[in-house]
Design a protein around this ligand. Structure first.
Ligand SMILES: Cc1ncc(COP(=O)(O)O)c(C=O)c1O
Length: 374
């Protein structure tokens, strides 16, 4: 029997991230840069390792949400352009600029702050002006006001107008026409800003838009979920030639005989319908196996699927092995990923939780060690 990998282990295939990036880069073609989005610790996969793999696969830039994330990455990538996409407090702005990250700007008062701080730090800041073309989150809604802001960034000796960008709200909803509406709002603004600062980078597409519509590609695409081999449309990632990079492993720590009617776990939410065997796996919601999967998931052992039974605890889950079992304590188990001829996708786990694959991998907690394989 294979040695169990420990109570909980996330195995990340950096080679898969590299290959996914190569496939995305091929899709967008020569004229479009690939920016790898590695925020939230690379969607739970490990930011620095995945960023390195993405750069090997043809990405030329990185993006994160927070200044601290850029600071961390800068230690590994001294020369790679890193865009901080999120809102920044004054202190966070200082961190971002000190770390030579590029930043998002959409308000005049923030532009002035960037300008003053750049002067203090004695360096130019590279800024990307952001249009809210319909996402209703960060960005300037008024196209004219954004063009005006772009002009004042361009005229400011301490700032370099490096980009104009927006973000789509419904790129992953294939039947929805709102992406085209957002594009129609963004395109003339991008053209106007490009006239002000020829050579500035126009970017809009996330993974779903990149896979769905070449019109969204412009000068650069910002792909997150797809680089990890996860499907932005919540279907099978292999349909788009993507390879899931992350597997979640554990093992069967104990195998116990249950008499009919005996219960497993808090609240006794599952009782043995007949005399049966139950396997105990030593991981739980403290590791990111969400409690919503209680009595609502399957786990692979010896390549076969077994139902997760009972309420998920912080550190343990139970699976029903059936009235006759050859599973022994110490047998490796897989909660996400392939094993033998079986396979459990993060998309399946997400569907059971009525959420998205993003939340499943981001939710794998810090307690779970990440092991990198090529
Ligand atoms: C502004 C922005 N751009 C790009 C991305 C990457 O999106 P995805 O992971 O769907 O490719 C995100 C992620 O949420 C984002 O917030």
């Amino acid at each position: 029997m294979a040695e169990p990998s420990g109570r909980a282990l996330a195995v990340v295939d950096a080679g898969a991230v590299e290959r996914n990036c190569r496939a995305l880069k091929e899709r967008v073609g020569e004229g479009t840069e690939l920016c790898a989005v590695v925020k939230a610790n690379g969607y739970g996969h490990g930011a620095a390792t995945c960023a390195a793999a993405a750069l090997r696969g043809g990405a030329t830039r990185l993006a994160v949400a927070a200044a601290g994330e850029a600071e961390e990455l800068r230690l590994h990538f001294p020369d790679t352009p890193i865009l901080v996409m999120g809102a920044l407090t004054k202190e966070e702005l200082r961190v971002a600029l000190t770390t030579h990250a590029e930043i998002a700007v959409w308000r005049e008062d923030f532009r002035e702050l960037c300008s003053r701080m750049s002067a203090d730090l004695g360096r130019m800041a590279r800024v990307h002006v952001k249009l809210d073309s319909g996402m209703g989150r960060l960005g300037e809604r008024d196209p004219e006001a954004l063009i005006e802001l772009a002009r004042s960034c361009h005229d400011d000796q301490r700032l370099e107008l490096a980009g104009v960008w927006t973000h789509f709200a419904t790129a992953d909803e294939l039947e929805d026409g709102f992406l085209e509406e957002q594009l129609a709002v963004f395109r003339p603004v991008a053209e106007a800003v490009s006239e002000i600062a020829p050579g500035c980078t126009v970017h809009a597409a996330n993974s779903a838009a990149t896979l769905r519509d070449p019109q969204t590609h412009f000068d650069m695409v910002r792909c997150g979920i797809a680089i990890y081999g996860l499907d932005p449309f919540q279907r099978d990632p292999t349909e788009h030639g993507l390879e899931p990079a992350l597997e979640l492993h554990s093992y069967v720590a104990d195998v116990k005989r249950f008499e009919r009617g005996a219960s497993a776990g808090y609240g006794r939410t599952w009782r043995a319908p007949e005399d049966t065997w139950v396997g105990v796996l030593p991981l739980g919601y403290g590791d990111g196996v969400r409690r919503g999967l209680s009595n609502n998931a399957e786990v692979l052992v010896d390549g076969r699927r077994y139902p997760l039974v009972g309420t998920i605890s912080m550190d343990n889950i139970t699976i029903e092995l059936g009235p006759d079992t050859d599973v022994e304590p110490g047998t490796p188990a897989v909660l996400i990923g392939p094993q033998g001829s079986g396979r459990i996708l993060a998309e399946e786990v997400a569907a059971r939780l009525e959420t998205i694959n993003y939340e499943v991998t981001c939710g794998i907690s810090q307690r779970v060690p990440r092991e990198y394989r090529e």
